[in-house]
Write a protein that binds this ligand. Structure first.
Ligand code: BES
Ligand code: MN
Ligand code: MN
Length: 453
């Protein structure tokens, strides 16, 4: 291992430079005008694997290509599949960035750029962990398959279709994913659960066109009023979703797990202070951590209708709309929720307007065993690189394909997040702590050896 550590130290700066190259490519999956940049990012990654003498290819999908690479065969050794995503979220609000999102910049020990933590910087740690082995030892301790997609941020449609047809190619003993966070600075974590999601858009339409709100208001239902009635009716004062069947399949927390989460070093007041809100909120009877990780939610993600310009305008808008999503927990079914939601909207919507619901995408929650041999191996690798054993956590975000992996490959997911909660993923000034980047590489290199034991 010392020769590998030596290699990691000697090449640390080049690793950062290469990550910067990767981060300069604006691979925004939500933006159709970036299709060529998606291919550029995929090509760039493929080249990284070919330099390691991996067999690497671009697999076309209806959207951006998948990058798939296999290490030279190590007979008799186990196989790990490394999953990550090279697509990033749109960088707006652009004006809030201190330095431009696609011009990676080092500042106070961090690297700032869109994708720095989510997920280019994190996935790249595994490429460099493998590189160290190949260059220093001429081989890896185990077999590695890399599958890096370009559609995670828009729900992984192409990968899901690939997986249905080609699960056999991906056969492995575990799926390694670094696309989440540590518990806190200095407190590394392994994540054994993620929430799922069901994402919708609702349109409410009223009169044929916008009307004078003085001449017609009061007698004609205002679609924006109706929309807010519907949306506010979806959640009650206790913070519970009012769809009758919504909680039917929810896996409740065991007393043991509840104690485990309560024992994490978490300061609620400091947490809300840092976010900048006066106090917490949410479902009655649960702690902030439970509300974020193990309870389902309803959140409006976007809302429009009526006049948004300068000054005031007295108008009764012809339509209003919203994008909203539910975060789901084990064992809620994202598809099953739709029928109950439609019945509830029909109940809540006044008869004097029309509504239309669009389903965007969904994915179930993830739960893995918190005490598998792989978790033990990863804990040793993290201890080695971060100087302390990881805590076991769940998280509130979603990685849509993980449940598919677990089901179709029969292999557990190993969620090893190197990021921090305040990295600004999806927001302005996204960053990745460079020390965490290098510790992640070292943990990755060590992990391949630990997984062979
Ligand atoms: N890496 C995140 C998910 C995540 C964040 C997991 C923090 C654990 C901790 C991922 O890139 C993401 O943002 N997923 C989306 C999925 C959605 C677009 C279907 C999410 O959670 O909103
Ligand atoms: Mn991600
Ligand atoms: Mn993301």
């Amino acid at each position: 291992m010392s020769a590998i550590n030596q290699y990691l130290t000697t090449h640390a700066e080049r690793f950062e430079e290469e990550l910067c190259e990767f981060l300069r490519i604006p691979s925004i999956s939500a933006d159709p005008s970036r299709a060529a940049d998606m291919v550029r990012a995929a090509d760039w990654l493929t080249d990284q694997f070919r330099r390691l003498r991996f067999v690497a290819e671009l697999i076309p999908t209806a959207g951006p290509p998948l990058v798939y690479a296999e290490s030279p065969n190590v007979p008799g050794a186990p196989t790990a599949l490394v999953y990550g995503h090279y697509d990033v979220q749109p960088p707006d609000p652009l004006g809030a960035w201190v330095t431009p999102p696609f011009e990676p910049t080092r500042r106070d020990g961090n690297l700032y750029a869109r994708g720095a933590t989510d997920d280019k910087g994190q996935l790249f740690t595994h490429v460099k962990g493998a590189e160290a082995w190949i260059t220093v030892e001429g081989r890896l301790p185990i077999n590695l398959k890399f599958l890096i997609e370009g559609e995670e941020e828009v729900s992984s449609g192409g990968l899901e279709r690939f997986l249905v047809e080609h699960a056999d190619r991906l056969a492995c003993q575990c799926v390694v994913i670094s696309d989440s966070s540590q518990f806190a600075p200095g407190v590394p974590a392994i994540t054994y659960g993620l929430r799922g999601i069901a994402y919708y858009e609702l349109h409410v339409t009223g009169p044929r066109q916008d009307l004078h709100s003085g001449v017609f208001g009061g007698a004609v239902m205002n679609p924006a009023n109706a929309l807010t009635q519907i949306l506010s009716g979806l959640i009650d004062r206790q913070g519970r979703v009012t769809i009758p069947e919504f909680y039917d399949d929810v896996l409740e927390l065991s007393a043991k797990e509840r104690d485990g989460l309560a024992s994490l070093p978490f300061d609620e007041k400091q947490f809300f202070d840092q976010i900048g809100v006066p106090c917490g909120a949410g479902e009655a009877g649960f702690t902030a951590i439970e509300r974020r990780w193990v309870r389902p939610t309803f959140d409006i993600n976007g809302l429009w209708g009526g006049y948004q310009g300068e000054g005031s305008k007295t108008v009764l808008p012809a339509m209003a709309g919203a994008k909203f999503s539910f975060r789901l927990v084990p064992h809620q079914d994202p598809v099953k929720i739709k029928a109950g939601l439609e019945r509830r909207i029909a109940e809540l919507c006044p008869p004097s307007v029309r509504w239309r619901l669009i389903y965007h995408h969904g994915a179930p929650a993830v739960l893995t065993s918190p005490d598998s041999p792989q978790i033990e191996a990863a804990s040793r690798a993290i201890d080695y690189a971060f100087g302390r054993r990881p805590v076991l956590i769940r998280d509130g975000g979603s990685i849509p394909i993980v449940t598919e992996f677990q089901q179709r490959l029969g292999a557990p997911a190993l969620l090893l997040g190197w990021g921090q909660e305040d990295d600004g993923a999806h927001g302005p000034n996204e960053k990745f702590c460079l020390a965490d980047f290098h510790r992640g590489i070292q943990a990755s290199a060590r992990l391949w050896e630990e997984l062979r034991k």
